[in-house]
Design a binder for this molecule. Structure first.
Ligand SMILES: NC(=O)c1ccc[n+]([C@@H]2O[C@H](COP(=O)([O-])OP(=O)(O)OC[C@H]3O[C@@H](n4cnc5c(N)ncnc54)[C@H](OP(=O)(O)O)[C@@H]3O)[C@@H](O)[C@H]2O)c1
Length: 329
């Protein structure tokens, strides 16, 4: 039996739609074979699909860090026919990923598809929503509550940022959304629950390591100078969750926010999150997100063959919201 997959044939090459042979052996228990129904085009996937550097550890490889589908070959726990999802866990980086009709995944990263979501909705949430949920759980674990004060979300127009706005607002926080597309994305971000939308240029200029304080907490997906400024503006005892590097991997700051204001910088890693964290994050997502919110963040679905074109648009900043891939479409 063969299945369709997007394959990056060698490092630096663009993905091609190919027919692959089903894996002969699925090692019992530790790995599970899934018939994929949906995936998505995350920022990492966009880089991989277009032959960009730093994502695929080997080639040929199938990109796709998200997969939603049905168990084909399973284990005692994951019997055939169960609806499941997986985010990260090396898919589309270390091993073949979800942009295919079939994928073999580590059982430890597998979750049952929450009853609240369709397959499309789970892929629409994907790693972006999962990461935003991990960030909110980290803030709560560090004692942040709606009474703590305002929460800043940077890169709010992106996937992680948009889900962070929706989750924080649902949790009762006053959310300030920072975006470079205030005019275009402002109304949608307010609809998701942002109390205020600010232009990202406010955080773009390098400043002092300690500035006038405003934020009780921050969910940051851009890194670089904006993250340094967010730390500098965080109140005594505040918490900053670092999720991404859309602006830069640098962090041009000093120890001052940490030693003079007791600010906590907490890192978020969705790829290697342990099973319990995955369960808690998806329980939070299932409790919080309704279909209208998911549709507002991820209105578009494409077929497998269209994903490389979408990837080019993602990298060029031409995409508003997340794009779901119906791998059988
Ligand atoms: N830690 C993890 O486990 C994890 C998981 C998922 C993603 N990530 C990382 O998180 C980041 C966001 O991912 P995503 O899926 O949300 O990507 P995305 O949908 O492409 O959103 C990224 C957003 O970052 C903002 N941005 C881009 N360039 C910028 C710049 N030069 N200066 C300031 N802001 C800039 C833009 O927001 P506006 O349009 O609002 O300005 C953009 O929409 C990426 O770096 C990704 O690799 C990490």
């Amino acid at each position: 039996m063969s299945y369709r997959a997007l394959v990056v044939p060698e490092k630096g090459a663009r993905a091609q739609l190919r027919d692959l042979e089903e894996p002969c052996v699925v090692p019992e228990g530790a790995r599970v074979q899934i018939e994929v129904s949906h995936s998505s085009v995350n920022y990492k996937d966009a880089i991989a699909l277009t032959g960009g550097p730093g994502i695929l550890r080997s080639a040929p490889l199938v990109p796709g860090i998200d997969a939603v589908g049905t168990v084909l070959e399973g284990s005692a726990e994951w019997s055939p026919g169960r609806r499941v999802l997986v985010n990260g866990a090396g898919l589309g980086e270390r091993t073949d990923g979800g942009l295919a009709e079939s994928v073999v995944v580590p059982a430890a990263a597998l979750l049952a598809l929450p009853a609240a979501f369709s397959g499309r909705e789970a892929a629409a949430i994907g790693t972006a929503g999962f990461t935003a949920a991990l960030a909110l759980l980290a803030l709560l674990r560090h004692g942040i509550s709606p009474d703590s004060g305002e929460v800043l979300v940077t890169g709010a127009g992106g996937g992680v940022g948009s889900f962070a706005v929706a989750l924080l607002a649902s949790a009762g926080c006053r959310v300030v959304a920072s975006t470079g597309r205030a005019e275009e994305r402002g109304p949608a971000l307010r609809e998701l629950g942002a109390a205020e939308v600010v232009d990202r240029t406010q955080l773009a200029e390098g400043g002092k390591p300690l500035q006038s304080t405003r934020w009780a907490a921050v969910v940051d997906s851009v890194g670089g100078v904006p993250l340094a400024n967010a730390l500098a503006q965080t109140r005594y005892g505040g918490v900053v969750a670092a999720c991404g590097l859309a602006a830069s991997a640098d962090l041009p700051t000093t120890v001052m926010p940490f030693i003079l204001r007791a600010v906590t910088l907490t890192g978020i890693n969705s790829v290697d999150a342990p099973t319990l964290a995955r369960q808690q994050a998806w329980e939070l997502l299932a409790r919080t997100l309704d279909s209208a919110t998911i549709e507002a963040i991820a209105p578009r679905t494409v077929g497998l063959g269209e994903a490389p074109g979408v990837a080019t648009d993602v990298l060029a900043g031409r995409i508003a919201g997340r794009v779901v891939v119906d791998v059988r479409g």
